[in-house]
Design a protein around this ligand. Sequence first.
Ligand code: ZN
Length: 287
Amino acid sequence: MTPPPARISRLVACAPSGRLVETGPEDSPRILLEAAEYESLRSQAQAEYSFKLECGIDLQALDFTHGGAGLADKLPRRTDGEAELPPLPEGFRYVAVRGTLAGLLEEEREAAVRACHLVQWRRRTRFCPHCSAALRESRTETAMECPSCGLVEYPRISPAVIVLIEHKGRIALARNASFTNGMHSCIAGFVESGESFEQTAAREAMEEIGLDIADIKYFGSQPWPFPDSMMVAFRAQARNGDLKPDGKEIVEAGWFGPDNLPPIPRRGSIARAMVDQWLSERGFRTE
Ligand SMILES: [Zn+2]
């Protein structure tokens, strides 16, 4: 059987600043570029990457970020990156990928997430971690390989667990020390070596807010390429209601219901999807 023809997605993904380039009218912008539009931006690019993905998508991405991988690694995590990006020709605009994900069509969102992840991975994956030789692109798969010792480096994906915890008709939401705008979200953390996702959820709930949880049920997952996380979401019940924020990562935590919700993550995040589903089960919806 002949495989279906590859679908080509062309876009500009500026890692690590988290910027995409959009075009079209401001009220219906698009980030997937026509071949001629892509061509017109090519001369500005610091790097160009082409990824033939197993799912049949042929992803072509330009990166405008100056400075190569060395600078990229030194940039602060949340830089807006404006300073390092060149001015764009008329009709094109930079947009922040985090803020724009929720408004994208599914095909665009997938391409944006893949491009952000893969462009950052390529910028940072240049030398063999075993023998230090310069890596080269694999001809057969999305990977870098070492011509000297044969090691193959695949794009790294780091699983993290996020859990919405309920108790007596309320949900536990917590403010991370890095949230400056009062935002509260679900408990989350990276999976440690040898842990199941359920064990991570239980450990993080205990470490961060002192809750013993049970009845841990899978909710869904979301690739979060900043830089390479895979968020795996669960809902769980707390065995008791005593919240003890750890005071380091979590500075505030509380039990909330439809009548007293704090600022919560924006639409497009899996944390928000869990809160929205919990509310809709009670006949409420968020703005
Ligand atoms: Zn090597």
